[in-house]
Write a protein that binds this ligand. Structure first.
Ligand SMILES: [Zn+2]
Length: 91
């Protein structure tokens, strides 16, 4: 990964941060549950998907991005503007 100095972890100061993709993972998990577990999946799958989706929408509205530190596994949020700059630096 290219060294970037735009976003540092607020906990340990490391610059080894990346976009937190937990919401996308939850959506994929929900889809799998939905398809492969009858009854429970048909109930839990859409609820999980909806929760993740609305969380994602709320984050987008506020213009914030969830980030995760690779060093201390701290999860934090940054402004959308900062995230765009971050993306530019890591290519
Ligand atoms: Zn950290």
């Amino acid at each position: 990964m290219t060294e970037q100095q735009v976003i540092n972890c607020p906990k340990c100061g490391s610059n080894k941060v990346k976009e937190n993709l937990i919401i996308k993972k939850v959506l994929i998990a929900a889809a799998l549950i939905f398809f492969f577990i009858p009854v429970i999946g048909w109930i839990a799958g859409p609820i999980m998907a909806l929760t993740a989706w609305s969380g994602n929408r709320a984050a987008k509205k506020k213009g914030i991005k969830p980030m995760k530190c690779d060093d201390c596994k701290n999860v934090f949020q940054v402004d959308e503007d900062k995230f765009v700059e971050f993306k530019k630096q890591i290519g």
